[in-house]
Design a protein. Structure first.
Length: 360
């Protein structure tokens, strides 16, 4: 088949998008091979990590290539393997696929752990460790004419729930088992957060407002104001304790967590410091940290905290996200400052030209 004929063929066939983390490529390969082989090649599959599927073209803008594929797709298969914090891009892909202006897209979660992603908790996921759920998925995929939005005929001539469907489901399960990672909860892993954590999100329009200001002082003041409106999209239990809440619900404005005096008038010093860090990050520069302290809202916690921006994500044309950890400091009663002693002479030599240090 010529290149032009192949391109026309890809454009005419329905497109299925596999959303996955790079670490889960082996699972995505099994899913792609199953969909391709069992459909007899009648559908096209987009998998960004595979040279054997449709993927972003070399030299092109990655996000633009993904958006084009997502808007064309009528089915998105989300491979979800756990609850750690590596799902931002996958969640972005799901959001683009379900955009109001894109073609109708069905999202199916292939759940490879104990729980589905919270954002899709209301959807019936396919637990790939459950033979009954996998068989139901394979049966619908192979025999239901309405499995894909706008579909009129099934991808095979198999009859619902016949022996051919059961064999296909058994083969799919056998191929998945070696590549699906063990559930961390099954291994009884223990973990706890060392410091409070929040993830805040500013919209693209809010980011533009900051970037368009030439005066750095004005940009920092605007950022401090916009941070009060920023959505809290992730947090841990220690952050809830820090702000004296039982839990921190998703998408609550950050300002709602603060006392009235912090939301009105001049922002407190720690918020101005956080705004300076975020302003630098919005301008795509490394932030500079100044240790500005805040008290915990929990009356049983006598420690001081300082917010530190630790990770930045930018989704062009969509939003920016900021991971913030609140470092703890112990401060003796009556002290005017928290001290950070330098190493003793000879214990750890300092660079001769280190700016701001003795001898610089």
């Amino acid at each position: 088949m010529s290149d032009s004929a192949q391109r026309r063929d890809e454009q005419d066939r329905p497109l299925r998008f596999i959303s996955h983390r790079h670490a889960d490529r082996a699972i995505a390969d099994v899913v792609r091979e199953f969909v391709t082989e069992r459909s007899g090649g009648s559908v096209a599959v987009f998998q960004s990590s595979s040279s054997e599927a449709q993927a972003p073209k070399i030299g092109q803008n990655l996000n633009r290539e993904l958006v084009k594929a997502l808007w064309k797709s009528d089915l998105l298969l989300l491979i979800y393997t756990g609850e750690d914090r590596g799902w931002d891009y996958c969640m972005w892909e799901c959001g683009v696929a379900n955009h109001a202006e894109s073609e109708e897209t069905r999202v199916i979660v292939l759940q490879c752990g104990r729980r589905p992603p919270p954002v899709f908790a209301d959807k019936l996921a396919v637990d790939v460790r459950d033979p009954e759920r996998v068989t139901r998925f394979v049966n619908e995929f192979l025999t239901d004419p309405g499995f894909f939005p706008g579909g009129r005929t099934p991808v095979t001539r198999f009859q619902p729930n016949d022996a051919s469907v059961r064999r296909a489901a058994d083969e799919f399960l056998a191929q998945l088992r070696p590549v699906v990672p063990p559930d961390v909860e099954d291994e009884q892993v223990e973990e706890w957060p060392a410091v409070p954590f929040l993830r805040l999100e500013l919209s693209a329009s809010q980011v533009r407002q900051i970037v368009e200001l030439d005066d750095d002082d004005e940009a920092r003041r605007l950022t401090a104001s916009l941070l009060l409106e920023a959505a809290v999209i992730d947090s841990d239990r220690e952050a809830a304790v820090l702000f004296d809440r039982p839990t921190l619900p998703a998408d609550v404005p950050f300002g709602n967590l603060l006392p009235n005096r912090a939301r009105k008038g001049d922002p407190p010093e720690w918020l101005r410091n956080l705004a300076a860090q975020v302003t630098r990050a919005v301008q795509w520069n490394f932030p500079s940290v100044s240790w500005s302290l805040m008290r915990s809202a929990n009356e049983h916690d006598a420690r001081w905290y300082s917010p530190v921006l630790t990770h930045v994500r930018r989704f062009p044309g969509h939003s920016m996200q900021f991971d913030i950890h609140f470092q703890r400091f112990a401060c003796p009663a009556g002290a005017l400052a928290v001290t950070l002693p330098l190493p003793e002479n000879g214990a750890e030599p300092l660079p001769a030209a280190a700016p701001g240090l003795p001898g610089a």
